[in-house]
Design a binder for this molecule. Structure first.
Ligand code: MG
Length: 308
C-alpha cells in the first residue's frame, strides 16, 4: 500500500490524539440509519485500527436524532478493554442521568459560540446555555467522569456571518471554567482558514488557556480542513477531531463534504512522522466496508486513492 515519506518537522507535536467522531457526528448526519450490529462492528473495527478515543453515540432524545436512538442498546456491546475511551454526547441533565446509568466514563457537552446557533441547536440563548451546562458538568465531574466541551461556529455562523475571536474565547473560557477538561473548537461550516486558526488559538493563549486543553474540529466544506489542522499543530494543539471515511455531511452548508476524514488526517500525520497509533490500511478497509453499509462512497481523498 502506498505511504508518504516520513519527514519530521521538529516544530510540531511528536504525538497527536485522533479523536474519532464517525460513529456519533458522522452517523448522526448521514440519512441512512444503520443497525446497532453495524455500529458495534464499526466501532470494534475503528478500535482494531488503533483509534484510542471513539465518540460512540449521543444521549439526546431519540426522536431528535433517530440515527442514534439505540444508545442504550449500543453502549453495553462495546469492548471495555484495550484502554479505548468511548465518550458520549450529553445535551442536558437527562442525558447525564442516562450516561451515568450506562456506566459511561466520559461525556461531551455541545455549546455554541453564537446566539443564533445556541437558539437553533439548544433552544437556549447564548447566556442560558452556560446555566444549562453548569450542573451537568459539575455533577459529571463529581461522579468522576471526564468532560469535553464542544464549541460550535467558532469560525463563522451561517446566520450571523463573522464571529469575533474575542466572543469565541469568552465562550470557550466559560466552558473550561465550568470544569470541562478539553475544549474542541468547531468550524461547523468549514469557512476557517489557517491564519484565522492561528489567531484564535493564540488568543486563547493570551488569556492563559493551556493549549493542551484545546482540540480542533474542522470541516472540509471548502477544502481547508488539513491546512487548518497544520496551523493548529504549529500552535501546539495535539488533539484533532476527525471522522472515519469523512462520514457526515455538513448539515448547515449546502455541501456533501463535512467532517475532516480520519484517513486524510492520518496520511498527513504519518508523513510528518507524528505518532497516532492508527493503522491507515485497516482504517481505509473499515471505511470502505462502512460505505457499503451506507450505500454511498466515502468522500475521503485518501480512501479513494488507496481503494484503487
Ligand atoms: Mg463535525
Amino acid at each position: 500500500m502506498p505511504a508518504p515519506l516520513r519527514v519530521v518537522d521538529a516544530g510540531l507535536p511528536a504525538q497527536v490524539t485522533v479523536y474519532e467522531v464517525g460513529p456519533r457526528d458522522g452517523l448522526q448526519n448521514e440519512s441512512t440509519v444503520v443497525s446497532t450490529d453495524v455500529k458495534t462492528e464499526f466501532i470494534r473495527r475503528l478500535a482494531d485500527a488503533g483509534l484510542s478515543v471513539i465518540e460512540a453515540t449521543s444521549l439526546v432524545r431519540p426522536e431528535w436524532v433517530p440515527q442514534l436512538a439505540d444508545a442504550e442498546q449500543l453502549m453495553p456491546l462495546l469492548d471495555p478493554g484495550r484502554g479505548v475511551r468511548y465518550p458520549v454526547l450529553v445535551p442536558n441533565r437527562r442525558g447525564l442521568d442516562r450516561a451515568l446509568g450506562l456506566g459511561v466514563e466520559e461525556i461531551a457537552v455541545f455549546g455554541s459560540a453564537t446566539e443564533t446557533f445556541a437558539r437553533r441547536n439548544l433552544n437556549r440563548g447564548f447566556e442560558e446555555q452556560f446555566e444549562m451546562f453548569a450542573p451537568v458538568v459539575a455533577d459529571a465531574t463529581d461522579a468522576g467522569l471526564r468532560v469535553r466541551a464542544y464549541l460550535s461556529m467558532c469560525f463563522g455562523d451561517p446566520w450571523e456571518g463573522e464571529v469575533p475571536i474575542a466572543q469565541v474565547v469568552l465562550a470557550g473560557q466559560r466552558l473550561l471554567d465550568l470544569g470541562a477538561r478539553e475544549l474542541s473548537l468547531g468550524d461547523t461550516i468549514g469557512v476557517g482558514t489557517p491564519g484565522h486558526v492561528s489567531a484564535l488559538i493564540n488568543a486563547f493563549g493570551d488569556v492563559d488557556v493551556d493549549v493542551g486543553s484545546l482540540a480542533v474540529h474542522f470541516h472540509d466544506t471548502y477544502g481547508q480542513a488539513l491546512a487548518n489542522t497544520l496551523a493548529a499543530l504549529q500552535c501546539g494543539v495535539s488533539t484533532v477531531d476527525s471522522s472515519a471515511g469523512g462520514l457526515g455531511g455538513c448539515p448547515y452548508a449546502e455541501s456533501a463534504t463535512g467532517n475532516l476524514a480520519t484517513e486524510d488526517l492520518v496520511w498527513m500525520l504519518d508523513g510528518l512522522g507524528i505518532e497516532t497509533g492508527v493503522d491507515i490500511g485497516a482504517l481505509v478497509a473499515t471505511s470502505i466496508w462502512m460505505a457499503g453499509r451506507l450505500g454511498r462512497p466515502s468522500p475521503s481523498r485518501v480512501v479513494q486513492a488507496l481503494a484503487r
